[in-house]
Design a protein around this ligand. Structure first.
Ligand code: ADP
Length: 637
């Protein structure tokens, strides 16, 4: 095939442009990125060769090598991994296959710089980081079984060339023609041809890579003796997790995490445990300090790495932890995993299921401890992953009780601090029988709800639910320590139980007295409300709309209609405030002009304003406005 010049995808172009022109300071990490690509490529062929030994083509000793050429100004990183075919090069290198690229770039545009290492870390730019230090990148690769190789080249200007070429060795070489700034002897720490710099960087970033990273090291001869060249292995290759916990320093864990999981910042939490007995395994888990920027838009993220006696088996195994814990990174090493097992078979492995259950327990326990011992840290955790935990309450029936204790809620008790359910209960007056909650889009919206007023007046604490998943979670929980969750917008608020006996209002008397009025309003609003009642939850508002005890709530109805399930409707109950002037007015109208047009208008207007206060639209806004206008023109009639 002849040499072709092709264009990068638009998004790749933008990303490359950012890589090259950004003032990102930590450019040395390109080496770690490229070495880990090489290591991943070797992992792949190693696993495949277990079932097809011929793939190794008499080159079974896996290694990564670095070669610095002072005259050509090039640094070459080679591996004898899986290599790439022509189509794979086009697919993997000319395209950014990652679905998040577009939103990543948009977010970058918003924040303005690439200096934000957290952002770039969430994305992981891998191969393209070569362009942070190189003027030109040449990739020569051959996949096992192919007769010729592929040569790909680009200066990062928006196009690349690709052609078939001769290549004897299996695997990939990446030749970086370094930018003058990164091969200058004036700045040895940024001179990526300097053997000591390269050695230091491998130690710093790639020490645990499980394949030898080799480099020819020139040792200066003493006096008249000639220089000697030594082929050195630069990395120690000892997996961190096999070492005794007590001997491992926090920096070592952090370094390992960054290296293996391509992270740019330190983890929020580290869990390192060994289990012996029925199932035997070592696990090293990390909770990243930040959720990926698109964490809540994607179904699944990375999953867990599996090793068997220090040997890599599989990356991104997603069925080990339940989906709500998908933010956990890490690895499990167990002698029970067989090396060439397929993902499909793994799904049926009962050993793995047991390990998965244990891991889930371990993570939950870690979080319980964090909540108890280090609340600021737990708050940080909650900010990143709270929504996922609430999904857990909803979806993980078996662990619901434990997860319940890990929930944090905004509350009327404090504008800054979040509360646990236990803390809420501890603050409850003895006579309070339920846990109150209110739903809305934010604190201001919830605090404006007419239903909140009476609770505030009585000094009762209310949990605020702002997330869509919240109400599903609370519905799934039903109660905590025998206190039922009670929406301020539905059913009986159980306020009577709280009042001293003398204060108790005679509901029954009120009810009878107003029965005919309520029936008349209900008749006028037929088909729109299921019932009309005297309210005990209102103070200064004349009306409110609540949902009945059965079925879904009004806020749930709104969520469901947003996600295209408009067939679910809450039963609506219109509640009237008997102490409001408007109540007296409509009662008067009912006595003097029952069934009049004016009375009917009042009913419609009451319902309309109740809908508006719930953030809903009156069914016929034009008719609603016309009635308001009519009333404004003829006040008091
Ligand atoms: P990532 O490694 O996160 O997938 P990269 O941009 O670093 O993203 O690489 C894109 C793809 O190119 C890799 O997934 C892999 O398929 C391929 N690739 C990169 N480097 C190598 C290599 N040394 N050998 C074989 N394939 C490679």
């Amino acid at each position: 095939m002849t040499k072709q010049t092709r264009e990068f995808q638009t998004e790749t172009k933008q990303l490359l442009d950012l890589m090259i022109h950004s003032i990102y300071t930590n450019r040395e990490i390109f080496l770690r990125e490229l070495i880990s690509n090489a290591s991943d490529a070797i992992d792949k062929i190693r696993v495949q060769s277990l079932t097809d030994h011929d793939l190794l083509e008499n080159d079974p000793d896996f290694e990564i090598s670095l070669h610095a050429d002072e005259t050509a100004h090039t640094l070459t990183i080679s591996d004898n991994g899986i290599g790439m075919t022509y189509d794979e090069v086009v697919e993997n290198i000319g395209t950014i296959a990652k679905s998040g690229t577009k939103s990543f770039l948009e977010k970058l545009k918003e924040t303005g710089t690439l200096g934000d290492s957290e952002l770039i870390g969430q994305f992981g730019v891998g191969f393209y980081s070569a362009f942070m230090v190189a003027e030109k990148v040449t990739l020569i690769t051959r996949a096992p079984g192919q007769t010729s190789g592929v040569c790909w080249e680009s200066t990062g200007d928006g196009t690349y060339t690709i052609e078939e070429c001769a290549r004897e060795k299996r695997g990939t070489s990446l030749i970086l023609s370094l930018h003058p700034d990164f091969r200058s002897s004036e700045k040895p720490e940024e001179n990526f041809l300097n053997q000591y710099t390269l050695q230091r960087l491998v130690k710093k970033y790639s020490d645990y890579i499980r394949y030898p990273i080799k480099m020819n090291f020139t040792l200066k001869g003493k006096q008249d003796e000639p220089d000697t060249i030594e082929n050195r292995t630069l990395n120690s290759m000892t997996p961190l997790w096999v070492r005794p916990k007590a001997e491992i320093k926090p920096e070592e864990y952090n370094q390992f995490y960054k290296e293996v999981f391509h992270a740019w910042d330190e983890p929020l939490e580290i869990v390192h445990t060994k289990a012996e007995g029925v199932v035997e395994y070592t696990t090293l888990l990390f909770i990243p300090s930040h959720a990926p920027f698109d964490f809540y838009q994607r179904e699944m993220t990375s999953g867990i790495r599996l090793y068997s006696k220090n040997v890599f088996v599989m990356d991104n195994y997603q069925d080990l932890l339940p989906e709500y814990l998908r933010f956990v990174r890490g690895l499990v090493d167990s002698p029970d995993f067989s090396l060439n097992i397929s993902r499909e078979l793994l799904q049926h492995s009962s050993q793995l299921k047991k390990i998965g259950k244990n891991l889930e327990k371990t993570v939950i326990k870690t979080l319980e401890k964090m909540l108890e011992k280090d609340r600021p840290k737990y708050n940080k955790f909650w900010q990143e992953y709270g929504k996922a935990m609430k999904n857990g309450v909803y979806s993980d029936f078996a662990n619901r009780d434990k997860l319940k204790d890990l929930l944090l809620f905004p509350t009327s008790h404090s504008a800054e601090e979040l509360t646990t359910l236990d803390e809420y209960i501890a603050r409850m007056p003895e006579s309070q029988t339920v846990i109150y909650y209110a739903t809305g889009k934010d604190r201001a919206a919830v605090e404006r709800l007419p239903q909140m007023e009476i609770l505030k007046e009585k000094g009762l604490e209310v949990l605020y639910l702002f997330d869509r998943v919240d109400e599903f979670a609370v519905d799934a929980l039903r109660e905590h320590k025998e206190k039922k969750f009670q929406s301020v917008s539905r059913g009986d608020l159980k306020l009577k139980e709280l009042d001293a006996p003398t204060e108790k209002k005679d509901d029954e008397a009120d009810k009878q007295e107003n029965e005919s009025l309520l029936a008349a309003i209900k008749e006028q609003l037929k088909g729109r409300v299921a019932d009309v009642k005297i309210s005990n939850r209102l103070k200064s508002s004349p009306v409110c709309l609540v949902s009945g005890d059965e079925g879904i709530s009004l806020s749930m109805e709104q969520i469901l209609s947003e996600i295209d399930k408009p067939m679910y409707k809450a039963s609506r109950i219109l509640e009237l405030n008997p102490d409001h002037e408007l109540f007296a007015a409509i009662k008067n109208l009912h006595t003097t002009a029952p069934g009049s047009e004016n009375f009917n208008d009042y009913c419609d207007l009451l319902y309309g304003q109740a809908l508006l206060m719930e953030g809903m639209t009156p069914e016929d806004p034009i008719a609603f406005a016309a009635r308001v206008a009519k009333l404004m023109v003829n006040p008091g009639k």
